[in-house]
Ligand binder design. Structure first.
Ligand SMILES: Nc1ncnc2c1ncn2[C@@H]1O[C@H](COP(=O)(O)OP(=O)(O)OP(=O)(O)O)[C@@H](O)[C@H]1O
Length: 609
């Protein structure tokens, strides 16, 4: 069976090149990929050696078959009218035993290789998933999530199929080719020479087709990744798609990706499908040459008919693995394409490891200083320029400024989620780079506008703030966060199961849970992204009370949208185009009649009672 057909289930067999954005094709380093794949096999050395020994035994048995067939034929051509039945009986029983043992060995080989392949991809899958946890957030900004998932599922699947189908194939083909060649040479060097005429043809054909299919298989996997990320994005954005009546648009986009996938898939299959028919033609040509040479030799009395029969069998045993190897090469191309994509992620740069002398500080006061900090998400596109400020522990800092100014970015780099390009960020006079990563994470509590909640109970979701917290501590935190009221009104209370993303709660409720989480984690520095969307006044009041509880005695950065929050802040940093354009408290800034004054007049003045 063609191994590629087993893989073409579901979406995994589609692709093409028109209409849809395709990444530029780079010439990949096949040797490097093969070496990495080979390294994976090292842990399975013992099993591989056992498999190889079985394959050798299988091959020796298989090599005896044509020889015995030749002998059986010759029992009938003894020059007398009688057939040598005694001898024939022994030969036939031997042949039967060989067939049985050979098939048993084949079964055992398959069994062993299935184990090897499953263990290898099990490890690879685990390595890849662990790697994802070690990658910086910027990696996930750059790579669509559906595409990453595609590598974890489809590409790993491809590698698994390739390993299980090619390992035995390569070993047995090599042994069989060598063995039959020896037997052919032993039977008739002249006929062996004649049967070799086709080998350069086979070599050329494999090379040309493999080159073509490797590119196509890679293209196919890439398009599949794009299709998956389109699906993922579409499912995630269903409410928006429906609200704006954009079903037709996303369907059209899907069809475009699907078209491309079908075209590339088709091309890959057609090219790899060329191999077998062309091989058959070449083989038949080879057999004709052998028949002519062998026939002539038999007529001249140089060899017996039995030898010709044996020879033809051996030459079949010689060309069959050669054909299979050519075919396996295609499966290998698809596996290599998958492996390249998996290794690409495994080779991504991880978040820096803790230095040996990384600092661990138990009690953080919460003093924060930015010294000439610059930052860019994309090289050459600065988002923050030369930011400097210093705040004492317990200060309440409001970040204000037009949309896109860089307020969220300041929070992002403070937590160490992104590495800065220049300058220093200090917490309690220690550079955040010098802290142990775990320590740094514990310093911060973050409450974003759009809280991420996982599928699971409310209790588990709050517990995310501090995994070792007891149920009592969790409930205490929820009470302080004013979330307890609404939780108790739910039919299952704290055990209520949330959907992925917490979509069965209101936005206000989600934010109260986020505050509960932050209270539970008891951080030294808080980062709050105030919600812009309006919630009902009662919930709003609760959120404000909860936030006030949370902010008490902590250094707090608030990406502020409400006038009351801004007015209460100890310091307002006015950010514009990635720079601090003004700082001070509300009264000072109003008096200055600068940026803040203008912002205040345009956004808030009419709100004041
Ligand atoms: N993950 C990212 N990758 C690349 N660019 C980004 C990323 N996040 C933000 N930016 C860019 O950085 C700039 C600052 O964005 P930031 O989110 O910090 O603004 P903001 O002041 O918080 O805006 P808002 O008030 O709308 O939330 C914007 O131009 C934005 O396009």
């Amino acid at each position: 069976m063609d191994p590629r057909q087993t893989r073409s289930r579901g979406l995994a067999g589609i692709s093409g090149t028109k209409g849809v954005r395709m990444p530029p094709k780079k010439a990949k380093n096949i040797k490097y990929t093969l070496k990495r794949l080979w390294d994976l096999f090292k842990s399975e050395k013992k099993q591989l050696i056992i498999t190889f020994l079985m394959i050798m035994l299988s091959a020796v048995l298989a090599l005896m078959v044509p020889f015995l067939i030749g002998k059986a034929v010759d029992t009938m051509f003894l020059g007398k009218s009688l057939v040598d039945f005694d001898n024939l009986k022994i030969i036939l029983i031997t042949l039967l035993s060989i067939y049985i043992i050979d098939n048993l060995l084949v079964f055992l080989q398959e069994y062993l290789v299935a184990g090897i392949s499953q263990r290898l991809v099990f490890n690879l899958r685990e390595d890849l998933f662990k790697k994802l946890q070690l990658l910086p957030i910027i990696f996930f900004d750059k790579n669509p999530h559906g595409e990453i998932m595609s590598r974890l599922s489809n590409d790993i699947d491809n590698i698994s199929v390739t390993i299980s189908q090619t390992t035995v194939q390569f070993m047995s083909s090599a042994v069989n080719i060598l063995g039959s060649l020896i037997m052919m040479l032993y039977l008739s060097p002249l006929m062996t020479l004649a049967s070799m005429v086709t080998i350069p043809l086979v070599y050329l054909l494999t090379k040309v087709i493999a080159k073509k299919t490797r590119v196509l298989f890679r293209e196919q996997q890439e398009t599949l990744g794009q299709l998956n990320s389109h699906i993922e994005e579409t499912i995630g954005g269903i409410p928006v798609i429906k609200a704006f009546n954009n079903e037709g648009k996303v369907i059209d986009e899907f069809i475009a990706y699907n078209d491309v996938l079908r075209d590339v898939g088709l091309k890959a299959q057609i090219w790899s499908g060329f191999i077998m028919p062309i091989m058959n033609v070449i083989n038949n040509f080879g057999f004709s040459v052998i028949a002519i040479v062998g026939g002539t030799m038999a007529v001249k009395g140089m060899i017996s008919v039995g030898v010709i029969a044996s020879f033809i069998s051996y030459s079949k045993q010689f060309t069959r693995p050669l054909n299979e190897l050519a075919n396996t090469f295609n499966t290998l191309q698809s596996g290599i394409a998958g492996a390249e994509r998996v290794f690409e992620i495994l080779d991504e740069e991880e978040i820096r490891k803790d230095e040996i002398d990384a600092i661990e500080k138990e009690n953080i006061d919460g003093e924060v200083e930015f010294k000439n900090v610059s930052f860019e998400y994309k090289k050459g596109e600065p988002v923050l320029k030369n930011i400097s400020f210093k705040v004492k522990p317990g200060t309440n800092i409001a970040l204000v400024g037009p949309t896109g100014a860089g307020k969220t970015t300041i929070a992002n780099i403070l937590t160490g989620f992104y590495d800065i390009v220049a300058g220093e960020i200090l917490i309690d006079e220690i550079n955040i780079k010098d802290y142990k990563k775990d320590n740094l994470r514990k310093i911060f509590g973050i409450v974003l506008q759009d809280t991420y909640l996982f599928s699971g109970s409310i209790l588990e979701n709050i517990k995310y703030g501090r995994l070792e917290a007891t149920d009592e501590e969790i409930k205490e935190a929820a009470k302080l966060a004013r979330a307890d009221d609404f939780i108790m009104k739910l039919s299952n209370g704290y055990d209520t199961i949330l959907n992925e993303g917490g979509t069965n709660l209101s936005q206000g409720q989600r934010q109260l849970l986020a505050i509960s989480r932050a209270i539970l984690s008891n951080p030294s520095i808080l980062i709050l992204d105030e919600a812009t969307s309006s919630v009902d006044t009662r919930t709003e009041l609760k959120i404000q009370e909860a936030m006030a509880n949370l902010m008490e005695d902590r250094t707090t950065f608030i990406i502020a949208h409400r006038l009351s929050t801004i007015k209460d802040a100890d310091i307002i940093l006015v950010i514009d185009k990635g720079q601090i354009v003004e700082s001070g408290n509300h009264d000072q800034l109003i008096q200055r009649k600068g940026h803040y004054y203008n912002l205040y007049m345009s956004q808030f003045a009419n709100l004041e009672g």
